[in-house]
Design a protein around this ligand. Structure first.
Ligand code: NAD
Length: 575
């Protein structure tokens, strides 16, 4: 069994005057009554590590106002509860506030989380803002409120795979000699520069907040900062012509950069956007305003702010459409920019394609998605050991091999060392079993957690993103993420969450998350297999039910009992 007293050190939460610095404990000593509770404690703290969270002072992890806990008081209460939570108790967290502990069983989850949920008729941004202002709820985004955010690394493989799919479709294997233009260098958007560089391309990014630019450069995700739009465009075109791989940020509004490109007939090869358009009040800055002026207007006149943000997004999409018509490959990268723009008068917004139907759905149909694992020891060597294991276990998975090799070379760790790997159905549990064995044998310095983004194969209903343009038209059916969460509870995941509004904003999505801990114990073997099979398997079933042949083929390779699925099983009713 695991020796909980072997070496290691931990960093305490330090309280100052208002602001504080939180970093997760490291090492193999427990500060709770078991590794599942300790894992939840460390991952909550890790979400707020200043190297991980975008605005930790406000408990904001990423995605506009995606928070880890409702308030510092709630954070302290969660920490205190996790420390003495027994192995047969379950903590309930209601939108970032720890509301109750009930006796359950050792096999049950230790934490159950519901974030930002509203009854559908009331699920509007206005109502959410009102309730949040009353202190009754919080926005959990996806992994912020469910304590499995791993910094920009959490999205970088998705960005890499999306750009790689575009490259494969149009240019061959890489983006060498190609220009990618986008905006937003926040928690997720900050992965864009590094992903472009990993594919040997040139990336040019507008970011309105100079502090975010500096943060990306400090964390090793960005190469250069231009003095202005003209300088940035000149540098990018020169790099493109020279076949140089480089990422360049311009401190400006997205519309300033795009307007310049349109006016000077500069047509990027690929264009997108990663501003927090899903949250027009807190996430997207209207053109003509800098960060300070935007904060002032938001406070003084939120309605006027929303009007200006909407107009700005309509212009934003208008520019992207002009670039698309001039030959750029343009896609929306999951921030709901098209819907916002359409609502503000850009009638053609949906001529821009969404990235999931265009590039990612085939992965989902095979149960592949942003699976991830984190070394609770805090030691990079533990992740390097799991990298070697991946390469050894999946010699034929070219995509995964390329990814792991590049990730080792390019990706700096943020907070607790972690890795993301798009493993599919059948692969996740096989890998986790072997990792549990490494923990058991003491080859890793402490247990490892396995989890994933909610942006996964069966865990989200989001008609402008993960479930856009489903083959059977089932885009808005939200039974699947709820079944996914229920199955994870039944299978014994260590914490399970159900959220609303992640990625695309309030009213537009429902989604679920899970985390399971490999503590090295033999009993955990069966739990890992149960949880990880069901968790990715349900996504394959969801896609097979919608008629995707790749999902049907995946189920033939990894059989699941499916009494009645497939488009031919849906009885049609005429009104
Ligand atoms: P974030 O809030 O951390 O960062 C957004 C950044 O955009 C900030 O740095 C902000 O200063 C900048 N910004 C805002 N308005 C701008 C403007 N008009 N011009 C230039 N810069 C502007 O958010 P994030 O975590 O980086 O996520 C960005 C968006 O991507 C969100 O809408 C999120 O839901 C979505 N997202 C997509 C995926 C995916 O897989 N495609 C995954 C996660 C998040």
């Amino acid at each position: 069994m695991w020796d909980t007293n072997r070496g290691g050190s931990a960093m305490e939460t330090t309280a100052g005057t208002g602001a504080r610095t939180v970093r997760a404990y490291r090492g193999n000593q427990l500060h709770a009554r078991g590794w599942p509770q300790e894992a939840a404690l460390r991952m909550l703290m890790n979400n707020l590590d200043p190297d991980v969270a975008e605005r930790p002072d406000e408990l904001i992890v990423y995605g506009g106002r995606g928070r880890a806990a409702r308030s510092w008081q709630a954070f302290d209460a969660i920490v205190a509860t996790l420390r003495d939570l027994a192995d047969d108790e379950t903590l309930l967290v209601q939108s970032g506030k720890p509301v109750a502990v009930f006796p359950t069983t050792p096999e049950a989850p230790r934490v159950l989380i519901a974030n930002s949920l509203l009854v559908p008729y009331w699920a509007t941004l206005d109502e959410f803002n009102r309730l949040e202002a009353e202190g009754l709820t919080m926005f959990g985004q996806m992994t912020a409120g469910s304590w499995i955010y791993i910094g920009s690394q959490g999205i970088i493989q998705g960005t890499f795979e999306t750009l790689a799919a575009i490259a494969r479709k149009h240019y061959g294997e890489s983006l060498k000699g190609r220009l990618f233009v986008s905006a937003g260098l926040g928690g997720m958007g900050g992965a864009q520069p590094l992903a472009t560089k990993m594919l040997d391309g040139v990336g040019l990014f507008a970011e309105v907040d100079p502090e975010r630019i500096e943060r990306r450069r400090r964390l090793g995700y960005l190469d250069e900062v231009a003095g202005g739009v003209e300088e940035g465009v000149r540098r990018a075109l020169a790099a493109r012509d020279a076949g140089e791989a480089v990422s360049i940020a311009v401190p400006c509004h997205a519309n300033d950069l795009l307007a310049y490109l349109v006016a000077h007939d500069v047509v990027p090869d690929v264009a997108s956007d990663q501003t927090s358009a899903h949250d027009p009040l807190w996430g997207y800055i209207p053109d003509g305003l800098d960060v300070t002026a935007a904060a002032d207007l938001r406070r003084r006149d939120p309605d006027e702010y929303l009007r200006r943000a909407g107009d700005s997004m309509a212009r934003h999409v208008g520019f992207l459409l002009r670039l698309q018509d001039a030959g750029s490959h343009v896609f929306e990268y999951g921030n709901n920019l098209r819907r916002r723009a359409k609502d503000s008068g850009e009638a053609d917004a949906f001529r821009i394609q969404g990235y999931v139907p265009a590039y990612i759905r085939d992965l989902f149909a095979q149960g592949k998605g942003p699976f991830r694992w984190v070394a609770l020891s805090g030691e990079a060597a533990d992740i390097h050991r799991t990298d070697r294991l991946i390469l050894e276990m999946f010699p034929d998975n070219a995509l995964l091999r390329r990814w792991i090799t590049l990730a080792q070379r390019h990706i700096p760790f943020q907070g607790l060392p972690a890795r993301i790997g798009y493993l599919g159905f059948g692969e996740r549990d096989a890998f986790a079993l072997r990792v549990n064995d490494l923990v058991r044998r003491g080859e890793l310095a402490a247990p490892v957690v396995f989890g994933r983004d909610h942006h996964d194969t069966g865990s989200v209903a989001s008609p402008y993103r993960e479930t856009e343009a489903m083959r059977d038209g089932s885009d808005a059916i939200a039974d699947w993420p709820i079944l996914n969460a229920l199955l994870n509870v039944a299978s014994g995941a260590h914490w399970v969450s159900v959220h609303h509004g992640g990625g695309v904003g309030i009213g537009y999505s429902l989604h679920a998350g899970m985390v399971v801990v490999a503590d090295g114990s033999p009993a955990t073997d069966a739990r890992l297999v149960r949880v990880l099979r069901g968790d990715s398997g349900i996504g394959v079933v969801r896609h097979a039910d919608a008629g995707y042949e790749l999902a049907e083929a995946t189920l033939r390779a990894h059989p699941v009992r499916t009494p009645l699925i497939g488009p031919q099983t849906q009885p049609r009713r005429t009104p």
